[in-house]
Design a protein around this ligand. Structure first.
Ligand SMILES: *[C@@H]1O[C@H](CO)[C@@H](O)[C@H](O)[C@H]1NC(C)=O
Ligand SMILES: *[C@@H]1O[C@H](CO)[C@@H](O)[C@H](O)[C@H]1NC(C)=O
Length: 396
């Protein structure tokens, strides 16, 4: 027979247990990165850190994922060095970044929807996300509604993840010059940008997604919109005077997009803005034989040389644009997804000359802008999934 505890001793035991639980919860709170606890709060700044080589690391999907885009499917295109590229692990300064658990994450997202809005670098991000999540639900099906360019539905969990292509975010359209008389400035027409009207592709999604990831970036350059076909900015249906230079136009588009999001999207929608994905053209622009045949990531000491605008390098625009974006987002409930720094290291991880198509390099040059999959965007997915989980668990 179990010995009977006297009532005072029993009370003391209960008090002792309660205080132990209390202390333990304090400890967990103080050391949230405790690796034994998978559902810890966000442990630290996940954007600062370094890449560590881990030869045992392998990607969690391969070239057979149906959500690849051919030009980024570097395994199928037999890009050199893929094993090495995927052996690097991002280690934040003050904690570990766990790899996403696709099944667990889909469970957390049950009956929810995640949307990406922006340019092809967000599509690159999406393709990685879909291939990763598919590991948790092989029944994933292509999904394309609400103006989405592409996406997938995960039936086991009723989760939708999709991408809306809107490269400038605002609506823009080509307007050829009316007069047929050739003029000296060589103007062929204009791209009219309505800064206060979101592109149709995402004009209709307010309230539909639980999580949104915005970006805009590499279209804001003179190679996309040269002076014969410039961007001309309109507001309230009239041209803005005096006409804005491209980056001033970007500022106005950002301000208008941010206030549109604030006004039209519910507070409960978790909103992220992904900062610039850096390019790694070495020795020239994309159309000047710029190349990225690197076997290893860059060293930290090389980054400023490549990317600090004051060095006027080929790839300086990432940090330039980031400044404008960070300014426009100040004081809003849109969270920064600052994937720039960690990506700056990875000159080794672009498709480069392995584009899966004969002559592609001769026509388009190397691709030192998008990323191989599997590859760096899988780390973006690890980070985003941590932040989403954190937002839901803290009831933001
Ligand atoms: C699936 O999720 C959507 C929201 O994303 C919800 O409206 C719908 O009711 C869900 N369907 C089922 C069968 O639970
Ligand atoms: C690029 O390389 C090709 C072949 O080597 C050469 O013919 C061409 O002039 C180069 N272009 C530039 C802009 O350097």
């Amino acid at each position: 027979m179990a010995p009977k505890l006297s009532p005072p001793l029993f009370t003391w035991l209960i008090l002792l247990t309660l205080s132990l639980i209390f202390l333990y919860s304090k400890i967990l709170f103080l050391y949230p990165s405790s690796p034994t606890k998978t559902h810890a709060p966000i442990p630290c700044n996940l954007f600062n850190g370094h890449w560590v080589s881990d030869p045992n690391r392998i990607p969690i999907y391969d070239e057979t994922c149906p959500f690849h885009r051919n030009a980024w499917n570097c395994l199928r295109n037999q890009r050199d060095n893929m094993g090495r590229i995927n052996s690097w692990k991002w280690v934040p300064e003050k904690c570990e970044l766990p790899r996403i658990d696709p099944l667990g994450f889909l469970g957390l997202m049950r009956n929810k929807r995640i949307g990406f809005v922006g340019d092809s670098l967000n599509e690159n991000f999406l393709a990685s996300f879909l291939c990763v999540l598919r590991v948790g639900d092989l029944g994933a099906k292509k999904w394309k509604r609400k103006g989405a360019w592409r996406g997938a539905f995960f039936p086991k969990f009723n989760v939708t993840v999709a991408y809306h292509r809107a490269v400038l975010l605002s609506k823009y359209e080509w307007q050829p010059k009316e007069s047929t008389v050739p003029n000296r400035d060589g103007l062929e027409g204009i791209y009219r940008v309505d800064v206060d009207i979101p592109a149709n592709d995402w004009a209709d999604i307010s309230g539909f997604y639980d999580v949104l990831v915005f970006n805009t970036g590499h279209w804001w350059g003179y190679d996309k919109f040269p002076k014969e076909k410039p961007l001309v900015f309109y507001k309230a249906g009239r041209p803005i005077v005096p006409p804005l230079q491209m980056l001033d136009g970007l500022k106005v588009v950002l301000d208008n997009t941010v206030s549109y999001i604030k006004k039209e999207f519910p507070k409960s929608t978790i909103k992220f803005w992904r900062l610039q994905s850096p390019r790694h053209f070495y020795g020239g622009e994309w159309n000047q034989n710029g190349s990225c045949l690197f076997n290893e990531p860059l060293e930290e000491v090389q980054l400023d040389l490549w990317f600090d605008p004051s060095n006027n390098g080929v790839n300086k625009e990432a940090r330039q644009l980031n400044r404008l974006i960070e300014e426009a987002l100040q004081g809003t409930d849109i969270q920064l997804l600052d994937l720039t720094h960690l990506s700056e290291f990875r000159a080794d991880a672009h498709p480069a000359i392995w584009l899966g198509k004969k002559d592609a390099v001769a026509i388009w040059g190397q691709d030192c802008m998008h990323w191989c999959l599997p590859g760096v965007p899988d780390t973006w997915v690890d980070i985003l999934s941590q932040l989403i989980r954190y937002n839901f668990e803290t009831g933001r």
